[in-house]
Each structure stands twice: as structure tokens, then as C-alpha cells.
Ligand binder design. Structure first.
Ligand code: GLN
Length: 302
């Protein structure tokens, strides 16, 4: 805290860190905000430029007027249901910190399943030639950067339709010192790729897969703040999955893998889309830690 900053003193007692945390948590609870304690802690730590753990080490520290004013602004934003990740501009995924803005989807814990599946299929040792790996709709870059941080010798490519999202992904690549491993480019799904010219060993994506009518019914944190383009999968939610499953074959090596995140109730439809397309081995589905079918692994026939 700044030495000369005035402390808030009332006749009762000053607003200490702990008192303010308690007050904010119950205020958020009254506003039906999920994760009220965690929200309060993360926002207060941000307002005070502290780590979350420091809040407890300094629980009886009083706040200055400036600090209170800074915190109040953050509380107001959260009360309007802005996600904590957008307010602080950061989200942890795969134990890495990612910058997030309203131009990108906030990485979800269940998406770590997608990363795990990709890692399971990638060769562990630098024995053969490096794999060529493509992520479609990279957003913040969380998926491709998690992969590149684990297995460095592959060649990574990542695209997004949104130039603003690509800026975020590139800045995340830079802060994780992974820029030289990834080639970012813009465009809609496979459009920028010349047919049969670029052949990948693995293509990965977390495309929009929520039905249009459902998007509106999601929590306001999602429906009012996250990019619609990253969520809305059209009338049946399957528009983007259909395009990707259909077109991926032209860009996959034979025996190459297509690994996609899907909605918890889309297994049968996705299985049928792949079957109707043909040219893939039988689809394999993987559940997330909530027990929902979350990832489909398709392999192009040899
Ligand atoms: N899992 C996200 C949600 O329901 C959806 C992400 C997506 O459409 N790819 O909030």
C-alpha cells in the first residue's frame, strides 16, 4: 500500500481486508453470483495488487480510500455479471496464465480433456519427423499453447476468424515464450488452407457447439459477455462440427487424428456425421471429469 494513502477510519472500525471480503462475499451471494467468495478474493487481490494468498497474510490491513474506490469499480462490474476472467483480464488453463479479453472465449476446465487426448496421441519421443498440428478457432490460444508447452518439437499452426482473437493468442504465445513454435493465421475453418496441400498429423478444435436458442438461456456471464461467434453452433448446434468433420479429411494425412470438443448431448449426432462422411475409423468418445461425453477422437482411415 502507498505510504501516504489515507486510511478509511470510521468510528466503529476501518475496512480491513477480511471485513471487506466478508461483506463482498455476502453481497455477491445476495446477488446470486456463483463463486461469491472466490470472486471477492480475486477482485480484491487485483484492486490491491496482491496475490490471493496475501489477503490472508494481511487480513487485518486497512484499506486506503483509493484502494476502496478501485475495488468498488470491480465489484460493480461483477455485479453486472461480467466474468471475473474478463475483469482481471486473465484465466488459468493447464496451469498456465492466459490473457483473455471479450474477443475470446474464457478457457474452460473441461477443455483440458481435449488437450489430454491430443497429448495421448502425439508421439512422446523425438524419434520420427515432427508432427504437423493445427488448431482451428484458437481464441486465446490456450489449447495450442498448452500442447506446445508440453511437446516442443512439433510444428504448430493455429487459426481464428477474428483478428482481435489472433492478437490475444499471439500475445499469449509471446508471454509463454512459444511464439517461434506456432504459426498463426486468420480465416474461417479450412478456407485459408489449399486443398490437399497442407496435410496435418493432428487437427484439434473447440468449435462453437451450443444451439442458438440455448445460448440466450445460459448464465448472463456467458450469454451477455462471451463472444457469440465462439459459442453459437447454429440451430442444432452442429454447424461448425459438421463443416470441420466434413472438410478435415482433405487436410489430414492418412491415419491422422481429428480431435474435437462437443456438447454433452451431441454424441449420437456427431457419430452419425462422421459415419455419413465416411473415411474415418469408428469414432471414440471421451468423457470429461463431470462424466459427460466431451471429446470425440476421429482417425482418418489409412
Ligand atoms: N462449453 C462452453 C459452454 O457451454 C461452450 C463452448 C463451445 O461452444 N465451444 O459454456
Amino acid at each position: 500500500m502507498h505510504k501516504s494513502s489515507p486510511k478509511v477510519q470510521t468510528r466503529e472500525s476501518p475496512w480491513t481486508i477480511l471485513k471487506l471480503l466478508r461483506w463482498t462475499t455476502s453481497y455477491f451471494e445476495s446477488q446470486k453470483i456463483e463463486g461469491s467468495r472466490a470472486s471477492a478474493e480475486i477482485l480484491l487481490a487485483r484492486a490491491l495488487n496482491l496475490n490471493r494468498i496475501d489477503l490472508y497474510l494481511r487480513h487485518d490491513q486497512p484499506l486506503s480510500l483509493q484502494e476502496l474506490a478501485r475495488f468498488k469499480l470491480l465489484i460493480k462490474r461483477r455485479a453486472k455479471r461480467e466474468p471475473v476472467a474478463y475483469i482481471v483480464g486473465q484465466k488459468e488453463f493447464w496451469s498456465m496464465d492466459f490473457t483473455v479479453t471479450a474477443d475470446v472465449l474464457i478457457p474452460r476446465p473441461e477443455t483440458e480433456c481435449l488437450v489430454e487426448q491430443a497429448l495421448l496421441h502425439m508421439p512422446r519421443e523425438n524419434s520420427g519427423p515432427p508432427w504437423k498440428i493445427l488448431e482451428l478457432g484458437t481464441g486465446s490460444g490456450a489449447i495450442v499453447l498448452a500442447l506446445a508447452s508440453q511437446i516442443g518439437w512439433n510444428r504448430y499452426f493455429a487459426s481464428d476468424l477474428s483478428p482481435n482473437a489472433l492478437k490475444v493468442a499471439k500475445s499469449n504465445a509471446k508471454s509463454h515464450h512459444l511464439s517461434d513454435r506456432i504459426c498463426f493465421f486468420s480465416g474461417n475453418w479450412f478456407d485459408p488452407l489449399k486443398k490437399n496441400l497442407h496435410q496435418f498429423d493432428l487437427i484439434i478444435s473447440n468449435p462453437p457447439y451450443v444451439q442458438t436458442r440455448i445460448v440466450e438461456t445460459l448464465a448472463p456471464e456467458i450469454s451477455s459477455y462471451e463472444p457469440r461467434i465462439a459459442l453459437d453452433g447454429g440451430k442444432d448446434g452442429l454447424n461448425s462440427l459438421r463443416i470441420i468433420i466434413d472438410q478435415a479429411q482433405d487436410s489430414l494425412k492418412s491415419g491422422g487424428f481429428l480431435i474435437l470438443e462437443i456438447g454433452y448431448d451431441q454424441r449420437i449426432e456427431v457419430e452419425n456425421i462422421a459415419l455419413n462422411k465416411g473415411g474415418y475409423k469408428p469414432a471414440r468418445f471421451v468423457k470429461d471429469y463431470g462424466g459427460f461425453d466431451r471429446v470425440v477422437v476421429l482417425q482418418k482411415q489409412c
